[in-house]
Design a protein around this ligand. Structure first.
Ligand SMILES: Nc1ncnc2c1ncn2[C@@H]1O[C@H](COP(=O)(O)OP(=O)(O)OP(=O)(O)O)[C@@H](O)[C@H]1O
Length: 265
């Protein structure tokens, strides 16, 4: 699906601020993978996403999408098959437009037949999609999204992204700004959509419990490197304590935010 070969990213090359944010990364993301990514602040997690999405072009190395070399493809080209959700729940939807208008725009990306104005059949399709969120939003299709909570906006962003059928979804701490209850709802929806729509996803989280609970594979990053990559049954057997111990073994130092990571959200 996505293959990263010997990729490095250097910021401020040749200056006093030179910083190697990614160091010789090698990673094969297989179709259907749901990968969780953990690591301390500054480990390179977001830089990895920015590199996959084409926000930053690698200083060295290559990136392949379905065996095609996309290393030099700009972000807007990759956005056709890569969906992203960020921490800020207001970023993925247009607040000054109604829910049904927001959905119309998304559907037009995946369904060329959709007309500008909504007919009753399409409205009914939208309604059924919204029911999946179990937030009662199917009754609020005419309301502008500024009226919706952060959790509702993020759930909608997720639904709308899934409906545009991306090959890969990148979730950059997409529940971190939500209260614990909404974070749990959006995470459960993420999990449900990834498996039901056969998506491939990568999710950065600072919550180790979530990193263990969700996905089939887990990556631990530190200092611009992937230091631990575990999947399948071995991942299922992980606990937060084992992960922290692994980090200590590999790096001979303490996870800078052990306490946050251990927090039960
Ligand atoms: N645009 C940029 N210009 C210069 N340095 C950058 C840029 N983006 C990131 N960095 C640096 O690259 C390193 C990795 O940052 P990155 O944001 O990828 O970390 P992260 O693991 O996502 O951390 P966090 O959990 O705090 O979000 C850091 O040292 C950061 O300061």
């Amino acid at each position: 699906m996505i293959e990263i070969k010997n990729v490095s990213i250097v910021f401020g090359q040749g200056t006093v601020n030179e910083n190697k944010a990614l160091k010789n990364i090698n990673l094969k993301v297989k179709e259907g993978d749901f990968i969780t990514i953990i690591g301390s602040n500054g480990a390179g997690k977001s830089t990895l996403f920015n590199t996959i999405a084409g926000t930053y072009l690698p200083s060295e190395g290559q990136i392949f999408a379905n065996d095609k070399n996309v290393t030099r493809d700009p972000e807007y080209k990759r956005a056709k098959y890569i969906g992203r959700i960020f921490q800020n729940p207001l970023l993925g939807t247009a607040g000054n437009m109604s829910l049904e208008d927001n959905m119309t725009i998304t559907h037009k990306k995946g369904m060329k037949w959709l007309r500008r104005s909504l007919n009753n059949k399409t409205r009914e399709i939208f309604r059924q999609e919204l029911v999946q969120l179990r937030m009662g939003l199917e009754h609020r299709m005419k309301e502008n999204l500024v009226m919706f909570s952060g959790g509702q906006r993020q759930a909608l962003t997720l639904l709308m992204m899934v409906l545009s059928k991306p090959s890969l979804i990148l979730l950059d701490e997409h529940t971190a700004a939500l209260d614990p209850k909404n974070a749990e709802i959006v995470l459960e929806l993420t999990n449900k959509f990834i498996s039901e729509y056969n998506l491939t996803g990568m999710m950065i989280t600072h919550n180790m419990t979530h990193a263990i609970e969700f996905g089939n594979r887990l990556l631990m990053m530190d200092g611009g490197e992937i230091i631990f990559d575990i999947e399948g049954e071995a991942k299922k057997a992980l606990t937060v304590e084992k992960l922290i111990q692994k980090f200590h073994e590999l790096r001979h130092k303490t996870f800078e935010n052990d306490r946050t990571l251990l927090a039960e959200e």
